[in-house]
Write a protein that binds this ligand. Sequence first.
Ligand code: ADP
Ligand code: MG
Length: 322
Amino acid sequence: MPASEFDIIHRYFREGAGQISGANANAIRCGIGDDCAVLAIPAGEELLLSVDTLVETVHFPKSYAPALLARRALAVCVSDLAASGATPLAFTLALTLPEVDEVWLAEFSAALAEAASEYAVVLVGGDTTRGPLCMSFQVMGSAPSGQALLRNGAQLGDIVFVSGNLGDANAALAFLDTQSSDLQPHQRELLRRYHTPAPRLALGQKLRNLATAAIDVSDGLVADLSHILKASGVAAVLRLQDLPLSAALIKHGGAIDSALSGGDDYELCFTVPASRRADVEVLSASLNLALTEVGYIEAGSGLRCYDAQQNLYSPRGGYQHF
Ligand code: ADP
Ligand code: MG
């Protein structure tokens, strides 16, 4: 007999809900199985929440491996918590499936449980429907009242930093459908970056009392930094020779354009007062994560990019910021 909606929920989602840990361990009063989940927000904290929808062929390729899909989808959504400085708490999943494929569901839910425990978010509810493959994740976290990182706080003279390397995931789009055995090592490394983004949760939390604004780089540095600039009512200068580029991306080619305009990296871009530059260095060492100074905030509006010869550079993609 084919599995019913309730069998699916019970078998694949109720059992493997991930493990909560840390400060929010006692927050789940009621999880999957009731009309509402009930969460207790830690005293003195605010609830931070975000929802992301992923549609097959729009946000991930057709026949994408279910384990990669689950991991990547949750990572992408949790990245918004990271960018806001949240301590992760819980998530819900609205899942639309074309059919009940138990092998697919087993792989998807096992990978989801693994990723959930890695990020310390518990699956507390959702919805299961039939239709073209599509999923919405709503993630929830908390931060001490007034300390969530927003986009609107960048100040004149702040330094612009980015975490990790930029552009890798974008470069991988060129060979998403290529058999791994046909790829060179540097291409496999770029592909790994596309498939398994690492939400910068620890960084986001440490930036609560340090950054004036932050965003995760999902649409490309130019587009996402521009959101900070617009929200903060300021302008910025980027130095292209300072962009953090991986050896794999440099070998692949087109590195600067990938780093500026390519999305899917899920690194954080943030602004910090120049007086606190040393604190960022200490943080970088303690997290063992590159935090690279790529530019600065100035008065005005829009973003100007300069190459090593001090020539103005227009990023590809037709952004209207100049
Ligand atoms: P209702 O009709 O009250 O909305 P549902 O029948 O949709 O309840 O779901 C039953 C329970 O299973 C609820 O607690 C709901 O949150 C949970 N649930 C449904 N689908 C999922 C899913 N894909 N992942 C996690 N929990 C789910
Ligand atoms: Mg329902």
